[in-house]
Design a protein around this ligand. Structure first.
Ligand code: SAM
Length: 328
């Protein structure tokens, strides 16, 4: 068996790296209060430690990395880190997920540092609702950031909207229309029961069928083949549209059978499944001076621990960490 194959014959090729748990927004569905206590700096993996772990994971067969957080662009020297990450032989693809607030100034330098694919989270096109959801007043910055990403040459630009019934489902059409006018991939993501939030409720999930039924009036929507970088999204396109639509349903129609991911949290834990707090401490061994071979062993242990599937959304919350402390 290859070193990156898990007990259920899934090949793990994708590492999501959270480089910080800090965020400049406080989305009400992500964190339950405005006073999320950040990790102390010494508890966060250094860039050197992250690079060592990434090198070891590439040795095992990881080819893709996504940088996330917290908000990754607020960590100091992130561009320098990205250049070093891009230089790792065998690592074919590096992308980033950001809330877009800092992109106006950073899109160009990010592109030059070697990241060309970007996911930007945006849950509403209404500035007042934006303030309600994020508890911050950054709508215009995000909107300008999206244009800056387009200007810098990012492709694709994916706009991720977490659809929550009663909160922003009335904007599904407006978001979908953006995919007609602009070369954006609009991704509708199911609301997941993650973290301490008391906001989650199964009744707030919009299923794929419900989302698609809202799109009928915009034109004829065709399912299109998913490309390798579409991940678990089912992809659609309106006739003559510049962009595409993606629908991601981790709860109502999970895609665990094709999961190819491992996560690394900012505080140095390997997290085999998004929905499980069963993690492996990799920071302590590294700080005790373990070898690259020992890091590879810990990563293999993480791969071996991947559960067959998650049961999130069935009864109790499956995990306690909020998304900002996992790395979405
Ligand atoms: N700060 C970056 C951002 O905003 O994209 C990266 C981290 S953020 C935690 C990653 C993604 O997780 C965001 O798109 C956010 O909307 C999503 N997210 C957080 N909590 C979620 C939940 N309960 N269900 C679905 N998506 C969630």
């Amino acid at each position: 068996m290859e070193p990156n194959t898990d007990p259920f014959h899934r090949k793990i090729t994708y590492l999501r790296i959270s480089i910080t748990d800090r965020c400049n927004m406080r989305c009400l569905y992500c964190v339950s209060s405005d006073s999320l206590k950040p990790l102390s700096h010494r508890d966060v993996l250094t860039y050197e430690e992250i690079l060592d772990i990434t090198r070891a994971s590439v040795d095992l067969g990881i080819t893709k990395v996504r940088i996330t957080g917290g908000e990754p662009l607020i960590r100091r020297d992130v561009l320098h880190f990205i250049r070093l990450l891009r230089a790792i032989p065998g690592l074919k693809d590096v992308s980033i997920t950001t809330n877009g607030t800092l992109l106006k100034d950073m899109a160009g330098p990010l592109f030059e540092a070697g990241i060309h694919r970007i996911n930007i989270s945006l849950d509403t096109l209404n500035p007042l609702k934006f303030r309600r959801i994020t508890r911050r007043d950054h709508f215009q910055e995000v909107w300008d950031g999206i244009s800056a990403a387009k200007g810098a040459g990012f492709s694709p630009i994916k706009l991720n909207m977490v659809v929550i019934k009663g909160l922003n489902d009335n904007e599904i059409q407006q978001f979908a229309a953006l995919s007609i006018q602009q070369p954006y991939v609009i991704r509708f993501i199911e609301f997941m029961p993650i973290g301490e939030t008391t906001f989650w409720d199964r009744q707030k999930i919009m299923t794929s069928d419900e989302i698609r039924s809202r799109l009928d009036s915009l034109g004829s929507l065709q399912q299109v083949p998913s490309s390798v970088n579409d991940g678990p999204a089912k992809m659609y396109r309106f006739e003559n549209a510049k962009g595409e639509i993606g629908i991601i349903t981790p709860i109502s129609d999970n895609f665990c059978g094709t999961c190819n991911r491992l996560r690394l949290t900012a505080d140095g834990r390997i997290r085999p499944c998004l929905f499980s707090d069963d993690e492996i401490d990799i920071k302590t061994p590294i700080r005790k001076g373990c070898t690259q071979e020992e890091i590879r062993k810990l990563l293999k242990k993480g791969i071996a621990k991947k559960p067959k599937r998650h049961y999130a959304g069935h009864g109790n919350n499956a995990c306690l960490r909020p998304m900002s402390k996992i790395g979405g």
